[in-house]
Design a protein around this ligand. Structure first.
Ligand code: GDP
Ligand code: IMO
Ligand code: MG
Length: 422
């Protein structure tokens, strides 16, 4: 494996958690490089279901080192409640490390996320309201609170300064209520004390692991089309879920990466707003939503559903440099007589096969479909490619052909073992 990236190749929630968990079993170190607790990664082990938001999925393996890299934004309250939740299930966090450079998500960021979404009215992004955008804004403006200061001697000074600055925006721009810094200091000092032992220069740890020839897993969050630059801007998140983001956000160079695995669902989903060419508004869309349990892990919102979009898949292969594709969640398609795959878009009377850079164009793209036979069999117990019904095998081979990338694994159910390696 030496340096393997596992990332979302659509709009998030592709089932990254399941595959990261599978490979974390062999990894020495798992590192998250971007995003924050807007992520919700589900790992099912036996009858136990873990919903990890910020903590890397390697935490379920006692020997695995888990790193929250410099590019991640960390909500101290949230990470501690995750640590406590895992402790209740007997899982320790002594091998969890947070980079000293991480920016903290603080109460004013949560407030500003809500206020700015409200102020946008019908034009809201549909964020998870976890303060992600406002925290990355402060980082880019170079006024954020970094973890080394949060757990260090300057705690009170940096917190007071940040709060005073943000209260001006909360009250002056949005007419909101100012945040009471004394209450925040009292609450967050406790968090700083608890987190201090976990704060390290994790880029050294990740580099040393790579140099020693250990297996390092880069855990993607969100998905390619939610990337700040390469996604459907402005309906994106504020970080870089594409493969390149793994280097920037973990503090190691691109030569550390050997494999890039893109996780796809056998159909497409999206939470939040923004264009979605293959979206289904009919009973087939409802059928897939129900069969796939497509409701947000973090917010509980129903996910929008649609057919597999190979234009998006080819784009994901290109912008991430994917070395392999995983087609996950095939089982929910059971019972549909025909499976459709979008192979191009009709745009202004022409056929286009490249994903447009201007998301406004995407609104006017009409999908061009190829149709394949569906399947009625229960495939959740299949563990080899040959056991799958002929129509499923044909569907996978067609996806490989249309997208132009090797399919290495399939998902046929939520559990750790419900996968097929090809
Ligand atoms: P992530 O954010 O990419 O890790 O994905 P989420 O955890 O947000 O959403 C994926 C959902 O699908 C979770 O509820 C998983 O338990 C579930 N899941 C994962 N793989 C499969 C699969 O192959 N089949 C089915 N039916 N469900 C799956
Ligand atoms: P995982 O890692 C799906 C979406 C939000 C919204 C947009 C911006 O579980 O795949 P933000 O709160 O990040 O500013 O919201 O991004 N979004 C996700 N959608 N899966 C995720 O993470 C997401 N994280 C953010 O719904 O549309
Ligand atoms: Mg998710």
């Amino acid at each position: 494996m030496p340096g393997k990236v596992i990332l979302g190749a659509q709009w998030g929630d592709e089932g990254k958690g399941k595959f990261i968990d599978i490979f974390a079993g062999e990894a020495d170190l798992v590192v998250r490089s971007q995003g924050g607790n807007n992520a919700g990664h589900t790992v099912v082990v036996g009858t136990e279901k873990y919903k990890l938001q910020l903590i890397p999925s390697g935490i379920l393996y006692p020997n695995c080192v888990n790193v929250i890299g410099p590019g991640v934004v960390v909500d101290p309250r949230n990470v501690l409640s995750e640590i406590d939740g895992l402790a209740e299930k007997g899982i320790g966090a002594d091998k969890l490390f947070i980079d000293a450079r991480c920016h903290c998500i603080l109460p004013w960021h949560l407030e500003l996320d809500a206020l700015s979404e409200k102020a946008r009215g019908g034009d809201d992004i549909g964020t998870t309201k976890k303060g992600i955008g406002p925290t990355y804004m402060d980082k880019a403006e170079r006024i954020g609170v970094r973890m080394h200061d949060f757990v260090g001697e300057r705690f009170e000074e940096v917190m007071r300064e940040a709060c005073a600055r943000k209260n001006k925006v909360i009250t002056g721009v949005y007419g909101g209520e100012p945040i009471d810094i004394e209450a925040v200091l009292a609450e967050y000092r406790v968090y700083a004390d608890r987190l201090r032992a976990h704060v390290k220069d994790t880029s050294v740890m990740t580099y040393d692991a790579i140099k020693a020839g250990k297996d390092v897993l880069f855990e993607g969050a969100q998905g390619t089309l939610l990337d700040l630059d390469m996604g459907t801007y402005p309906y994106v998140t504020s970080s870089h879920p594409v493969a390149g983001g793994c280097c920037i956000g973990s503090g190691v160079g691109p030569t550390a990466i050997t494999d890039i695995m893109g996780i796809f669902k056998s159909y497409t989903t999206r939470v939040g707003k923004g264009p979605f060419p293959t979206e289904l508004f009919d009973e087939t869309g409802d059928y897939i939503r129900t069969a796939g349990g497509e409701f947000g892990t973090v917010t509980g919102r129903p996910r929008r559903t649609g057919w597999f979009d190979a234009v998006i898949a080819r784009y994901a292969v290109r912008v991430n440099g994917l070395t392999e594709m995983v087609i996950n969640k095939i089982d929910p398609l059971r019972g549909l007589s025909k499976l459709k795959v979008c192979v191009g878009y009709r745009f202004k009377g022409e056929t286009i096969t490249e994903f447009p850079a201007n998301f406004a164009d995407l609104e006017h793209c009409e999908p061009i479909y190829e149709e394949f036979d569906g399947f009625d069999e229960d495939i959740t117990n299949c563990r080899s490619f040959d056991e799958l019904p002929e129509s499923v095998r044909a569907y996978i081979r067609e996806l490989e052909r249309i997208v132009g990338c090797r399919v290495s694994m399939l998902g046929v159910g939520p559990a750790r073992d419900q996968v097929i390696t090809i």
